[in-house]
Design a protein around this ligand. Structure first.
Ligand code: IPM
Ligand code: MG
Length: 365
């Protein structure tokens, strides 16, 4: 079978980690007899330099004409001027919005072999296996007004935290559906003691839960969630949160896994339905980390988050379960053998650069 995949490496370490995930995809293609037709596009800072836009029309066209999108990272000091009219990050935000990718799934899994790579006490990390469902196309990131202006009494700015009932219902449903297939605990994160949007969110969570009597729903305030994620992480099964809360909590949660470089993500326009014959909506797969300008170009970035994102693409967008499992097992095997990129080398092991890590994982596939 031939699959059309749009590859958007982006900036900083994006191209470095994407190269390794492509290497692993090619290994999967050889072993299982698939043809991955990869088309490379530009996005982010590189696209601004080339075209003036962080998401050129051509790139979004490519995404729309493919089965799935594999994304690296965008951003860098070169484009960080706070006054700039266009920023690299606008590229990924625009793709999310234009493809309707409202549900961002961020699984947080602790590999037993990496327990010592985390600063969190080993006994707290035992059994940690959660998935954070981050709302991705609403809330503070997108709602209007969003601007900055001058007044006679100084500069002003505004961002807006706005959610419609429809947006809240659909993201909660994704959370409930996922919890149903797991430990059946859904933790809804909000700031209902202060924010009106959170009070609506909580009310709707209770309403939607009536359709999922088999799933236990609990609510937690985002500040308490930030603490509990570290002090009692194994409690959590599925966590669902507003866009910005989810952004912050997943960087925090990555500490449990040993490094930001370990975490994959899937951005979906709804949960895929493998039983349906209809063409699935296009989804995007990207590591949760950014472009890491401080280590870009040194060949030391951890490609595992991106490689696992590619595995998730095989499973969710292409229905290739066995192939996805082959990648996951290869990652597990390589970690068990002691290969470590610098970010997860806290417990020793064999210090491995980006390219070698990609090669040993591809080799195991
Ligand atoms: C992420 C990143 C992005 C976000 C940035 C690069 C816009 O932090 O995917 O978590 O805030 O969503
Ligand atoms: Mg983030």
């Amino acid at each position: 079978m031939e699959y059309k995949i749009t590859v958007l490496p982006g900036d900083g370490i994006g191209p470095e980690v994407i190269d390794e995930s492509v290497k692993v995809l090619e290994a999967v293609g050889r072993r299982f007899g698939h043809d991955f037709d990869l088309a490379y596009g530009i996005v982010g800072g590189g696209a601004i330099d080339a075209t003036g836009s962080a998401l050129p029309d051509e790139t979004i066209e490519m995404c729309l004409n493919s089965d799935a999108v594999l994304f690296g990272a965008v951003g860098g000091p070169k484009w960080d001027d706070p006054q700039a009219k266009v920023r690299p990050e606008d590229g990924i935000l625009a793709i999310r919005k234009q493809l309707g990718l409202f549900a961002n799934l961020r699984p947080v899994k602790v590999y037993p072999t990496l327990i010592n790579a985390s600063p969190v006490k080993p006994e707290l990390l035992e059994g940690v296996d959660m998935i954070v469902v981050r709302e991705l196309t609403g809330g503070l990131y997108f709602a209007q007004p969003k601007k900055r202006w001058n007044t006679s009494r100084g500069r002003r700015s505004v961002d807006t935290l706005k959610y419609t009932e429809k947006e809240i219902v659909r993201i909660l449903r994704v959370g409930f559906e996922l919890a149903r297939g797991r430990r059946k605990l859904l933790t809804s994160v909000d700031k209902a003691n202060v924010l009106e949007s959170s009070r609506l969110w909580r009310e709707i969570a209770v309403e939607v839960s009536a359709d999922y009597p088999d799933v236990e729903l609990e609510h937690i305030l985002v500040d308490a969630a930030a603490m509990q994620l570290i002090s009692n992480p194994s409690h959590y099964d599925v966590i669902v949160a507003e866009n910005m809360f989810g952004d912050i909590l997943t960087d925090e949660a990555s500490v449990l896994a040993g490094s930001m470089g370990m975490l994959p993500s899937a951005s979906l326009a709804g949960l895929p339905d493998p039983s349906s014959r209809k063409k699935q909506p296009i989804s995007l797969y990207e590591p949760i980390h950014g472009s890491a300008p401080d280590i870009a170009g040194q060949g030391i970035a951890n490609p595992i988050g991106t490689i696992l994102s590619a595995a998730s693409m095989l499973q969710l967008s292409l229905g290739l379960d066995e192939e996805a499992t082959a990648i996951e097992e290869a990652v597990e095997g390589v970690l068990a053998e002691g290969y470590r990129t610098a970010d997860i080398a806290g417990d020793g092991g064999e210090l491995t650069d980006t390219v070698r890590m990609g090669s040993v994982i591809a080799g195991r596939v």
